[in-house]
Design a protein around this ligand. Sequence first.
Ligand code: BG6
Length: 499
Amino acid sequence: MPDDSTLGIRCDLDSERPAPGPASVVVFGGTGDLARRKIIPALYNLLRAERLHPDSRILCTGRRPLDSERFRSGLKEAAARYSRTGLDPSAWDRLAARIDYLEGDLESPALYASIAEALESPGMPRDALFYLAVSPEQFGSAARGLAAAGLGTSGRHPDDPAPYRRLIVEKPFGRDRSSARALNLELQDCFSERDIFRIDHYLGKETVQNLLYLRFANSVFEPLWNRRYVERVEIDVLEEEGIGTRGGYYDGAGAARDMLQNHLIQLLCLTAMEPPAGLDPESIRDEKVKVLKSIPAYSAEELRRRSVRGQYGPGSDASGRTLRGYREEDRVRPDSRTETFAALRLEVDNWRFAGVPFVLRTGKALDRRVSEIRILFRKPPGALFQGTCGDFLGANGLTLRIQPDEGLWLTFNAKVPGRAAVESGALRFSYREKADSLPEAYERLLDDALAGDSTLFIRADETEAAWSLVDRLEEAWADPAAPPPILYPAGSPPPAAPR
Ligand code: BG6
């Protein structure tokens, strides 16, 4: 490594953030999978990192009759299994002492009255975060229940000194634009938009956040980040796992609703957006919405040409183990046409990127698990090496690997030692060399929600604009003239994307 005095210079933006105050975190769906796998382990790691105030309290609600003691011991097992840092018994005990269980039915006003009462009781912080880790049909009831118990914030002035009340909402957020709009209106009736935190957990991933840092904390990339130098952008979120036990939900959703509408479109927005006026949530989210508005309203026929949908059939993995086809999965219709793979080529029709294809691909039961963004640059003009080497001269590319092996690499051409030959090589930056375990997305997102920072959460207009695109795609696919999804064997490479 060269002795370079510019290496390791650090500007710690988090140090400007005030230490978190005590808060009551109320988790609806406290006995569910999300609470056990993600929310509680994230709160545990926040406590260890001193990002959860020691006087905070966690109140989990569920329908099952459980006493708090039994509930906590179940959570301990889950935390030991899912916490990225393992479980330190004394740190767990500190968290467990702050956790309580409240039995109640989401449809019953009694539950919300008990929560309101709990928030007034001694030792419970008044500031509260309500986390809706329940099924999407219950989002509206929970928000209405909270508001009816006087816990909402709709119409509240931003400077109102009353305790904060924030609502975290999980995905799926609607199943099309009109249901997302109806849900937005319903939630906004109960909470003001600045207190609604819609989760897309991809935004909490370290490498996804790094996109903003990479683009806007450097001066070498941004001048190239446009149609003059970029030939094509590819965004992949590919998974090895099939749908597992989620057939009931997935068969009514499919890859476009489950992944494209949220995670891939967010990656697209962060890649294509203009530099924001500031690092505040609204400036960043305004720019993302502008990207969505710049995607042309393609006709159904055009969308069919620009897209590929597929469904996995029976196959095998690398070790020869037989894998089930999608139609054999539990709670999937035997004649289902739901896509488990979706690819879409679109353009962002603005001054920066007009004419540059953005190719988005996502799918399940593939031969690899990889999420990455590849920026492929144009080749140099023909006069010198390109003229002689043609296709044997590699193009420059910048790959941002979101997972696994988080990091980035830049490919470039260099001379082969001892010969007049040119060969492509890469400069690599690996997050794993910097840290053994990266914070989980949910840690960052909970930390931000506790701090009232909604930068990494989805605004109402963003979700609606993303649905408009996916609605048109779904309509194009629903047409009887549309070909059925292509069949790919489980465990195989992803089908080719539209060129
Ligand atoms: C979820 C989808 O939002 O993201 C799942 O509903 C998908 O179908 C998951 O498997 C992928 O997330 P990650 O963090 O494992 O890449």
